[in-house]
Design a protein around this ligand. Sequence first.
Ligand code: ZN
Ligand code: ZN
Length: 315
Amino acid sequence: MSRPISRTFAALLLAVSPLAFFPFNESHAQETDRFANVEIKAEPLAEGVAVLFGAGGNIGVSYGPDGTVLIDDQFAPLTPKIQAAIAGLGAEPVTYLINTHWHGDHSGGNENFGKAGALIMAHDHVRERMLGVQKSGRGNDPASAAEGLPTVTYHDGLKLHLNGDEVQVKHMKHGHTDGDSVIFWKKANVVHMGDLFFNKLSLPFIDLDSGGNARGVLAAAEKVLTMVNDETKIIPGHGPMATRADLIAYRDMMKTVIGAVEKAQGEGKSLEQVQAMKPAAQWDINPDAFIKGDAFVEAVYKSLKKPDHAEDHAH
Ligand SMILES: [Zn+2]
Ligand SMILES: [Zn+2]
């Protein structure tokens, strides 16, 4: 039954696009078919900065005389449409590509863009995971082709100085995965949070199999809140554009659920008992959500059983 189940799951994701999150192990023809009707929509955010919505993780674009920077690239069959949307902005082909993390709905186009000449950058752990078969709670991907691998990697982050702006790339530890980056355009006042932030569509997905941890998701939200103001345009990994107020609500949700689960664990409650308490009920409001209350509570419960990496600087 594993194949029919994964096909149903895939079909469901496509049905609620742009909630299509994950790589699927299917033939190229079927994959191309599935994405045939996906439209890539561009929304300008500031001078030389735009967001692209399609199927998979939201894409950030920075463009101007010094080149085009792409943040994430969705699924491989969408590359020509993404390239067309970039050209539609008046931007040159992609010079630099940054992956917010390894998941295939954010890095599926890497091989195409790498072959087209883009320099790919990501956190050390993204490259490490893409070198082998990538296992995740919700999908597996084969090892990446060499052209799809990040060739510039970093531990804490890096800065790009181009197109009249400073683009800060900061690693956030053990959140959605163990290789998450947040990208901040200083002058344009835009931030891309990758899957550390699911805006409105679903409760967060915390990929424990990829080193994710609920505490890190909360810490990342706290950190980004120190960097933004009421005018900041926040690109979530999935969902519509967000504001500081949306991120505050998300941070508060994470804090509340983590607090409730921590307290219940302290009282010796089992996972099933904590799930029965429904600590995330008030946010579990979308019946089509990718992550529902019980799955989210399970991820939080298991996160809190793991060591706290917040102070872990060893590498
Ligand atoms: Zn994603
Ligand atoms: Zn992800």
